[in-house]
Design a protein around this ligand. Structure first.
Ligand code: F0G
Length: 351
């Protein structure tokens, strides 16, 4: 019997590890590539969802974290630190447990989803809520790792990008070639950097015949790359991408320009509409930030930017259970019935 072994074993020859590297894994990766029927109909294209919420801690961060914690272990680190809007900290906390390391996390006070906080807590991370935003947290984390014995596992650590590029490999391995367009949400811009690296490596080695156009979407209130300037006080309901000064800004511009793509913004309203469409019509429950990719695709289609007949992959980055408030908010309350079949049937509209 076989199971997926995790991205380091599956893509060992394409990652910076040696035979003696102590691999720390939760068997991340190998996530579903799901055909999106309604999105395909709406766009006249063949749309697939790369469902990264299926990773062990519920987001794509696990791909980078298995690499970052593995290398930190190899280098003898006993403690790791990260700044996070929630998913990186959940992932770091879990992988640190596997490695027997202390994990410190810095999160913006009051601006991370409850599920993510719960994950960091239950995995025993040392959590500091910072009176500032994600960008402040990252500045603080960099300073601490420069001056104290603690390894930084944010995506400014290049091995994180190495791990995350495997999502592009999986897509090409699954489809037989790169798609025409790849769409994803952009926050700190590590993931668009990583996918572009994965696609270009596969094309350079002839595994794929081409690279896709990279389309990235930021939330309107947190769209520094679109605006061309740092956003001092970023805002959006998609807390995962509430970032005003992305660390991988220049790499995101390179991915955009080298691929012939673009980076645009979507409003919170557009994000929530895509979030509900994904759940109610595709059967895929994601967190709001993840829906930015799909919101962006729908916006581009409405603007006439999507020629029919193309093959498109949208990455949906995190599991909906991380931030269930948005699923409950505005939804009708369930009705209560007695233990009575006739009453239940009536309320269900069956009678
Ligand atoms: N989607 C989700 C669910 C995220 O958690 C993030 C980033 C992104 C998209 C954006 O990816 O930063 O590589 O452009 N979350 C980070 C964190 C910032 O701390 O968990 P990016």
């Amino acid at each position: 019997t076989h199971q997926w072994r995790g991205i380091i074993e599956e893509y060992r020859d394409r990652l910076p590890v040696s035979d003696s590297t102590p691999v720390v894994t939760l068997r991340e990766g190998g996530t579903p590539l799901v055909p999106a029927q309604v999105l395909s109909e709406r766009t006249g294209c063949e749309v697939h969802l790369k469902v990264e919420g299926a990773n062990p801690t519920g987001s794509f961060k696990d791909r980078g974290m298995t690499m970052a914690i593995t290398r930190a272990k190899e280098e003898g680190a006993q403690a790791v630190i990260c700044a996070s809007t929630g998913n990186t900290s959940a992932s770091a906390a879990a992988y640190a447990v596997r490695a027997g390391m202390v994990c410190a996390v810095l999160v913006p006070q009051g601006k991370i989803a409850l599920g993510k906080m719960g994950q960091a807590l239950v995995h025993g991370a040392k959590i500091l809520q910072v009176d500032g935003n994600f960008d402040d947290c990252l500045t603080l984390a960099r300073g601490l790792s420069d001056n104290y014995p603690v390894a930084l596992v944010n995506s400014v650590n290049p091995v994180r990008i190495e791990g995350q590029k495997t999502a592009a490999f999986e897509i090409v391995d699954m489809l037989g070639d790169a798609p025409d367009i790849h769409v994803l949400p952009v926050g700190n811009a590590g993931n668009i950097t990583a996918y572009w690296k994965g696609y270009t490596e596969y094309a350079a080695d002839g595994v794929a015949t081409r690279t896709p156009r990279m389309w990235g979407f930021q939330a309107s209130g947190s769209a520094p790359i679109v605006r061309g300037e740092v956003v001092k006080d970023p805002s959006t309901i998609a807390t995962a991408i509430r970032i005003g000064n992305p660390a991988s800004w220049n790499y995101a511009l390179a991915a955009r320009d080298e691929s012939g793509g673009f980076i645009d913004e979507v409003t919170d309203r557009e994000i929530l509409r895509a979030y509900r469409l994904l759940a109610s019509q595709e059967g895929v429950f994601v967190e709001p930030a993840s829906a930015a990719s799909v919101a962006g695709l729908l916006k581009a289609a409405e603007q006439g930017k999507v020629d029919p007949g193309q093959r498109i992959v949208c990455t949906v980055t995190g599991n909906g259970l991380k931030d269930p408030d948005w699923a409950v908010a505005g939804a009708p309350q369930p009705v209560t019935v007695p233990v009575d079949a006739a009453a239940a049937a009536e309320r269900l509209g069956l009678a």
